[in-house]
Design a protein around this ligand. Structure first.
Ligand SMILES: [Zn+2]
Ligand SMILES: [Zn+2]
Length: 323
């Protein structure tokens, strides 16, 4: 099968022809139809995560299963041991002994994958495979973070701010407008992204300096020093700041540093149950995300475009035979 592999930190993605996917006992074979390219794939190339090489990247996988038909793959596989508190409560994406697809085990920049359990396959319903692929990580990560915010948005006059109106922020704004009555403020440095945010359901769109609290919930899809500082100083009493962005910012925390009883938390990817909920939501509503498609053999070009900021939403790779 066609695959694009990463041979080491900082190396280019290289085309190889493999006999087939890594077998797994009792595994379910998927013929891949689309695989999204995620920003965290670039972090793997940069050596920010411990990975053994060679590795096939890619954790936003959609494909065809013999019996189930079109499926999306839940990729943050945990250890599934009964004495693992995270796995026992269905929070596999924060399992300390994960077998994450495209990181710990080979992923979807190829034509076939064997999935460790049928449980990890969610039927796609009527969704277009290319539109659906980014839901596996980008869409799901935004969904979990948004749910944490929703718990603070039940009252009349609730206000929420979404910092960063790129791919994940655009999903979050759509979830918020479908699932809450809160006033939604989008924050982005780009005028174009602010306009997109308003088309997708944001009531107001600002730059960071214009942010005016208090907000009952703030979702930070950037996570830089400046965005965290803005979130920390505009969160309402008993409100919540949910940090998703990987920019590595830090902020002082303690009594008096934030409004009383405000919560600061992070949010990581999503659970299998949340992926089921999200696919149901996506089937019921027309979620919009600007998606660029490239052939699998152009995976390096996809990385280059993502790295340079040339991509408006998400990039999805399609095996050359299907492209
Ligand atoms: Zn576990
Ligand atoms: Zn991802």
């Amino acid at each position: 099968m066609q695959a694009m592999i990463l041979n080491g930190i900082g190396q280019p993605l290289t085309p190889v022809e493999l006999d087939g996917p890594t077998e797994r006992p009792g595994g379910e074979r998927i013929t891949i139809t689309a695989c999204g390219v995620c920003h965290s794939d670039l972090h793997v190339v940069d050596g920010d995560y411990p990975v053994s090489f060679p590795r096939i990247l890619g954790h936003e996988i959609v494909g065809i299963h013999d019996r189930m038909g079109p499926v999306i793959v839940y990729a943050p596989w945990g250890c599934r041991q009964s004495d693992c508190p995270q796995c026992a409560s269905g929070q596999e994406m924060i399992c300390p002994n994960s077998s994450e697809v495209g990181l710990v085990v080979d992923g979807g920049y190829c034509e076939e994958i064997v999935v460790a359990s049928e449980d990890y396959l969610v039927p796609l319903g009527n969704l277009d495979p290319i539109q659906a692929a980014p839901l596996a990580c980008g869409g799901l990560t935004a969904y979990r973070a948004t749910k944490k915010a929703l718990a603070h948005l039940g009252h009349d006059g609730a206000r929420v701010a979404v910092i960063g109106a790129g791919g994940l922020g655009q999903y979050s704004i759509q979830y918020l407008s479908l699932l809450s009555k809160a006033e939604i403020t989008a924050v982005d440095t780009s005028a174009e992204k602010r306009a997109t945010a308003q088309e997708l359901g944001a009531h107001r769109a600002f730059t960071l300096d214009e942010l005016e609290g208090p907000y009952d919930a703030i979702i930070d899809f950037v996570g830089a020093d400046a965005t965290l500082a803005a979130a920390s100083s505009t969160v309402a009493r008993q409100g919540i700041v949910v940090v998703v962005g990987l920019f590595g910012g830090r902020v002082p925390f303690g009594l008096g540093a934030q409004a009383n009883e405000a919560s600061l938390t992070t949010s990581i990817w999503g659970t299998l149950d949340e992926l089921h909920e999200l696919i149901e939501l996506a089937n019921a509503h027309d979620l919009k995300s600007p998606i660029e498609t490239l052939a699998l053999s152009q995976a390096q070009e996809a990385h280059d475009r993502l790295r340079s900021g040339a991509v408006a939403g998400r990039v999805v790779l399609v095996p050359d035979a299907l492209a």
